[in-house]
Design a protein around this ligand. Structure first.
Ligand SMILES: C[S@@+](CC[C@H](N)C(=O)[O-])C[C@H]1O[C@@H](n2cnc3c(N)ncnc32)[C@H](O)[C@@H]1O
Length: 219
C-alpha cells in the first residue's frame, strides 16, 4: 500500500490474541476487503442498505458492532490499520450475526484515494481519532485541510462527517480547520443518543475528560 501521507496512527506491536487471529482466519473471506487500487462497488457490497457510512479508525470495533446491530438498514464500511481490532470486530460481527459491516484493512488515506468512489457514502464516522497532544506531533492529526479535501468528494450531497473526541484542544483544532473551510458547515452538537458509549469513552469520562461531538455537513 502506498504511504505518501504522514502516519496518523501509532505503531503498535502486532500482538494479537488467539481468538482475534482465529476470527481473522475464519471470517476474512466473508467480511474483509483487501487494499486495492480499484474503486469499490459500494452498492454491490451493501445491496440491502438504504445508506452507507464509512468509519475511519474503528479501534476494537466496539461502537461499529453496536451501530451495525442498532441500524440494520445501514451499511458500515469500516477502516482500521490495527489487525487485532480487525479480528475483534470480525468476531463481534459473527457473534451478533450482522450482515451490514465490511472491513478494509489499511490506512484511510490511500483507501480514500484509490478505493472509495466520489459521491458514494452518506456519512463518515471518526470516533476518538488519535489526539497527538504534543505540539511536535500535531502534524499527525488526521483532521487537517488536506483531509477535508480528501473526504469531501466522497460524501453524497447533504452528507456529513461526525467526529467525537475526548481531547478538548483537538476539538478546538477541529473547529478551526472546519471553520477555515468553505466546503463544510457545522460545529459542536449534543452527544447523540445513537452513538454507543464505548469502554474507551467510559475511561475518558472517568478521567474527567470532556467529550465533544462535532458534526459537519458537506456543502
Ligand atoms: C484512539 S483510537 C479510537 C478507536 C475507536 N474509534 C474508539 O472510539 O474506541 C484511534 C484509532 O484510529 C486508527 N487510525 C488512526 N489513523 C488511521 C488511519 N489513517 N487509517 C486507519 N485507521 C487509523 C488507530 O489505529 C486507532 O485504532
Amino acid at each position: 500500500m502506498e504511504q505518501d501521507s504522514v502516519r496518523t496512527y501509532r505503531l503498535r506491536g502486532s500482538r494479537i490474541t488467539g481468538p482475534q487471529q482465529s476470527a481473522l482466519d475464519k471470517y476474512w473471506e466473508l467480511y474483509g476487503i483487501e487494499y486495492s487500487y480499484d474503486f469499490l462497488d459500494i452498492p454491490a457490497l451493501f445491496p440491502k442498505s438504504k445508506e452507507v457510512i464509512l468509519e475511519i479508525g474503528f479501534g476494537m470495533g466496539e461502537a461499529t458492532a453496536l451501530l451495525g446491530r442498532d441500524f440494520p438498514e445501514t451499511g458500515f464500511l469500516a477502516v482500521e490499520v490495527h489487525k487485532p481490532g480487525i479480528g475483534k470486530l470480525m468476531a463481534r460481527v459473527e457473534e451478533l450475526a450482522l450482515s451490514n459491516i465490511r472491513i478494509i484493512e489499511g490506512d484511510a488515506h490511500p483507501i480514500l484515494k484509490t478505493m472509495i468512489p466520489d459521491n458514494s457514502v452518506d456519512g463518515i464516522h471518526l470516533f476518538f481519532p488519535d489526539p497527538w497532544p504534543k505540539k511536535r506531533h500535531h502534524k499527525r492529526r488526521i483532521v487537517n485541510n488536506e483531509f477535508l479535501k480528501l473526504i469531501h468528494p466522497k460524501i453524497k450531497a447533504g452528507g456529513f462527517i461526525h467526529i467525537a473526541t475526548d481531547w478538548v484542544p483537538y476539538a478546538e483544532h477541529i473547529q478551526e480547520v472546519f471553520s477555515a473551510s468553505d466546503i463544510f458547515k457545522g460545529g459542536v452538537v449534543d452527544r447523540p443518543e445513537w452513538r454507543p458509549l464505548t469502554r474507551f469513552e467510559g475511561q475518558g469520562i472517568t478521567k474527567d475528560h470532556q467529550v465533544n461531538d462535532l458534526r459537519y455537513f458537506a456543502l
